[in-house]
Design a protein around this ligand. Sequence first.
Ligand SMILES: NCc1[nH]cc(CCC(=O)O)c1CC(=O)O
Length: 315
Amino acid sequence: MRTVKVGTRQSALALTQTGQVIEQLQQASDKYGIECRFELKKIVTRGDQILDVTLSKVGGKGLFVKEIEQALLDGEIDMAVHSMKDMPWERQPGLAIGATPKRVDPRDCLVTRGGIPLAELPQGARVGTSSLRRSSQLLAYRPDLSVEWIRGNIDSRIRKLETEGFDAVVLAAAGLHRMGWEERISDYVSPDICIPAVAQGALGIECRSDDPFILDLLGRINDGHSELAVKAERQLLGRLNGGCQIPIGAYAVIRQEGGSGSAVTLEMTAVVGSPDGRLLLKEWGQGTDPIALGNALADRLLEQGADRIIAELRG
Ligand SMILES: NCc1[nH]cc(CCC(=O)O)c1CC(=O)O
């Protein structure tokens, strides 16, 4: 009986989603007769320690994953459950994403005072977000809104609605669904208004690339379509060389007309915007190869002038 140590951050969301993954893994190992038990191991990351500072100011890339990846490499844990959208594009040698479980709702959503939908928020309403991508696209849609910076875990962000007088906070629907808090959602923001973050709603389970037992186990809970969509979105991110400090969104869906086993097509929309929402570059494309599609949309965004937005933000 092998004991599999599963690493995670210690936020409420991280612990909840890791518990859900362990449940899935337990079911898969029972079903396929793989003998193992799971043990959860909490790891404190730099990202958790500096929640009072805006991540974009400290160069947020990978702040939530570095310590966890080190624990994997050191053999302290055997797998780690990440929110895929928090994963830096650069991969750590010796590690692999062994599974992308089925993605949940990738959209952004609003929790508002009184449950008012986005379109009906009063003129000049105060909207809290910690994401340039969200501020850019929300301001393009509603230039009258007063977008303000807000940090913290999802529970503390919702609390700030009451304690700091925000009219609305923007969050990933996925986090609220995983926590079982969907009744707090006042409105879903359509991807026509706000294209989600790369890989939003997807988890990535990382392991050592030379651990066949764990790779085999993770393969049982992988969702091929989610993996393909995330691959295309992340390729676009990598080609644009964007970290979380640049307003980039990408959302890929899979079309499979002829039932399982038939050819799949990816359709993807992507956006690069200025933080004030005055400039919003969007592209749409389709293809069968996620890498080619990610590259093609990124190149078209660059031709439209995304490179100038990115250069300006880098200062
Ligand atoms: N940036 C923090 C973060 N990382 C992952 C999620 C939850 C959604 C997901 O799993 O994609 C959130 C919260 C949020 O953006 O509201």
